[in-house]
Unconditional design. Structure first.
Length: 122
């Protein structure tokens, strides 16, 4: 099971932002004096919190997707690839009397001398 490509890209982008921010913060001097620089640092902190929130929201979406897919697959019939597989599944479930499984059929006829027409029922 794969998570959507867009969600993977968003997660990678926010992880990269968090990583770069931590690198920038580590390079900054720790003895910042009060003044306009503090406002800049406060703004950077706020931006970091916003990016962190987005990152956690993406993680929650990913967890929700996995939970949904897991619940969806529980007690769910596999997709039968042939009519005989479907008939066997219905037999095992005791539903063979309630449903009619139609076999794939190919019909061919001559189209007034214009060639053979094929109709395939699925």
């Amino acid at each position: 099971m794969n998570i959507p490509k867009e969600l993977q890209e968003l997660r990678a982008n926010t992880e990269e932002l968090v990583k770069k921010y931590k690198e920038v913060r580590a390079a900054m001097p720790s003895d910042v004096s009060p003044g306009p620089d503090n406002r800049m640092q406060d703004m950077e902190d706020m931006m970091f919190r916003m990016v962190s929130y987005i990152h956690s929201r993406i993680n929650n979406l990913e967890d929700g997707f996995y939970n949904w897919a897991s619940e969806h697959m529980t007690n769910h019939l596999p997709n039968p690839s042939t009519p005989s597989d479907m008939q066997a599944a219905l037999d095992n479930l005791g539903l063979a009397k309630d449903y009619d499984v139609k076999k794939r059929t190919i019909y061919a006829n001559i189209n007034g001398g214009k060639g053979i027409l094929l109709d395939i029922e699925q």
